[in-house]
Design a protein around this ligand. Structure first.
Ligand code: PEP
Length: 254
């Protein structure tokens, strides 16, 4: 049975104390309200990772992740953070390939393949993001785009490593816009992703791969999205900055 996951992406929001305060609220609500049928992951800015990982100790279904990691193991890369550093503070996950990194920092599929390798070598679980822009969807290129992001980004992995990934389908036109993909649109792509995984790695790995939906997901639309057979949870941006909203999304899996 594949894991149901609700992951929050705080992006570049919240100072150190604000982040700790929000995380404390989230874990208290999680303890009181979630059944544990799901995993909650908070992907915070680097500065809070160690403290949040400490607070998460003792909660088997709450984990912490980073939002990016460098592709090199270490070295003269001023200002960068390595996968080993992230792992050393107690984080379990790392978001790779978020559309904001692709768009604003020029991250290519090739670079993301290298980042994925280094993250896995350091025992981090990548939440690997893929998704098409509005232009690509309007040009009916979305299936090709998704396929090439998978093939060039992660299909070089062997079966053992691929099985450690979480895939997040995030249509770029739905991120931070308030426009959500309809449950049919999201399911169509999730099913396509699972078919592509099955063709490459076989049915068993495909059936066990967690595929998250991301893009203006909120407590109102999450129940319908998460009811789709190939949607295993969400990657949540804006709504993860409010403890009540985030926990209400988590509770869809209760
Ligand atoms: C995201 O940034 O991954 C995201 C899904 O953002 P939002 O929920 O705000 O659309």
């Amino acid at each position: 049975m594949r894991k149901k996951i609700v992951a929050g992406n705080w992006k570049m929001n919240l100072d150190y104390n604000e982040g700790l305060g929000l995380f404390s609220e989230i874990i208290n609500m999680f303890k009181d309200e979630a059944t544990g049928k799901q995993q909650a992951v908070i992907c915070s800015p680097f500065i809070q990772l160690h403290s949040l990982a400490q607070l998460a100790k003792g909660y088997t279904n709450v984990a912490v992740g980073a939002q990016n990691a460098h592709q090199a193991e270490s070295g003269a890369y001023t200002g960068e953070i390595s996968a080993k550093m992230i792992k050393s503070v107690g984080a379990e996950y790392v978001i790779l390939g978020h559309s904001e990194r692709r768009q604003y920092f020029g991250e290519s599929n090739e670079l993301l393949a290298a980042k994925t390798d280094t993250a896995l070598k350091n025992d981090l679980k990548p939440i690997f993001c893929i998704g098409e822009t509005l232009q690509e969807r309007e040009a009916e290129e979305h299936f090709n785009i998704i396929k090439s992001q998978l093939v060039e980004g992660v299909f070089h992995l062997d079966e053992t490593d691929f099985a450690k990934l979480v895939i997040a389908y995030e249509p770029v036109w739905a991120i931070g816009t308030g426009v959500t993909a309809s449950s049919d649109q999201a399911q169509e792509i999730h099913a396509f992703i699972r078919i592509e995984i099955a063709a490459k790695y076989g049915q068993e790995i495909a059936a066990n791969t967690t595929i998250l939906y991301g893009g203006s997901c909120n407590p109102k639309n999450a129940p319908e999205l998460f009811a789709q057979p190939d949607i295993d949870g969400g990657l949540i941006g804006g709504a993860s900055l409010k403890s009540r909203d985030f926990i209400d999304i988590v509770k869809v899996f209760n």
